[in-house]
Ligand binder design. Structure first.
Ligand code: TXA
Ligand code: MG
Length: 336
């Protein structure tokens, strides 16, 4: 299949393709999404095939105005309304009880549906012009780091989908925060740019699901199926390494060999005697979020065999970055 490359002004063309059952990769403020009409089962099936996505991993439905939530959700709870008021449009996805019109392929058979109103103007325009909500998982091959640049999408999906719309680099760089509302508790299933503290400032009971920090046992019951799969993995073997700049550098310098790289902070650079890519300042979590997936993809290009990724913090603003890092590392964590 020939994949059409569209520029940011060609949203009508994107909408036309989506209306006729095609797949279009579109920019959002978090990561690029692989969009299809949320009511078109045939197109959605194609998303699972193209990505190589397990069929039990449900999709997020994207809307372009808060009121549209009522078309797809049967219970827009009080807490959900408060969060929507504060954080929509933006990088927050809410799991709510679905209406029957949402095909079960979208929710992977669950009674719930994940809903997000993205802040990206181009994404909003495409949804509006298509005239229906759009499902959009991250536009990467399953298991690979999510795409934050047009070229990332081209690398993964060129020749496999109808079109890719170039909206430049995604500002956030990590996928949206996903929350559920079971039992009156706002539970973070996937951390993102909307942090625990952001949520806590708006609603009373906020909890972090244990899957955010821990590897789930095989066969254990999960609320968010996406949390159980291997994710964000470059081809190399990744280790997450915790320590000061000096200790981290001392450790990785001792591992120096062909194909071994450091994924470091700017502050580490003076101490390193081996090839590295920095993903930002040590305390600059927004910058780290913005750069992480691009850095992981760069290591693939370099044919890296082993990557030692530096981290120092796991909670607060660092939670989303740390969550992706330990998944890329397959939970191999080294404390020095
Ligand atoms: O920022 C984002 O959320 C991006 C952009 C494109 O909007 N999308 C994205 O989609 O990250 P995806 O499919 O890569 O991740 C969706 C996550 C998965 O972990 C999935 O299991 C979870 O949301 N999810 C979707 N529907 C769910 C549901 N009904 N119940 C629980 N978890 C759900
Ligand atoms: Mg994804």
């Amino acid at each position: 299949m020939k994949t059409l490359f569209l520029n940011k002004d060609e949203t009508l063309k994107a909408a036309e393709i989506l209306k006729s059952g095609g797949l279009v990769a579109i920019p959002t403020e978090t990561v690029y999404g692989l969009a299809a009409n949320a009511f078109d089962e045939k197109a959605i099936k194609q998303i699972f095939t193209v990505k190589g996505r397990p069929s039990d991993n449900p999709l997020i439905v994207h809307i372009s105005a808060v009121e549209e939530v009522y078309d797809i959700v049967s219970d827009f709870t009080f807490n959900a309304q408060r969060l929507a008021q504060k954080f929509w449009p933006g990088p927050l996805t809410m799991i709510l009880r679905k209406k029957d019109n949402i095909p079960s392929i979208v929710s992977a058979g669950l009674l719930s549906v994940a809903v997000r109103f993205p802040a990206h103007k181009v994404a909003q325009k495409i949804i509006r012009q298509t005239g229906v909500p759009l499902v959009a998982p991250s536009a990467n091959l399953s298991g690979k780091p999510s795409p934050t640049k047009f070229n990332h999408v081209v690398n993964d999906l060129n020749g496999k989908i109808d079109a890719i719309l170039d909206g430049g680099d995604c500002s956030v760089g990590l996928e949206s925060t996903v929350v559920s509302f079971e039992g009156g508790i706002v539970k973070i299933l996937r951390p993102g740019a909307i942090s625990f503290d952001d949520l806590k400032s708006t609603v009373k009971n906020v909890e972090i699901d244990k899957s955010v920090y821990e590897k789930l046992d095989v066969g254990s019951k999960v609320i968010s199926p996406g949390t159980k799969y291997k994710h964000y993995s470059p081809d190399a073997d990744v280790f997450a390494v915790n320590g000061t700049s000096e200790k981290y550098a001392e450790f990785v310098n001792s591992k120096k060999a062909v194909g071994v790289y450091a994924l470091c902070f700017d502050e580490d650079i003076p101490f390193l005697k081996m090839p590295y890519i920095s993903y930002g300042g040590m305390g600059n979590f927004n910058q780290q979020a913005h750069n992480l997936f691009d850095a992981l993809r760069k290591f693939d290009k370099l044919k890296a065999k082993v990557i030692y990724a530096h981290f120092t913090q796991t909670d607060g603003m660092a939670m989303a970055v740390y969550n992706r890092l330990i998944r890329a590392a397959g939970f191999k964590i080294i404390n020095i």
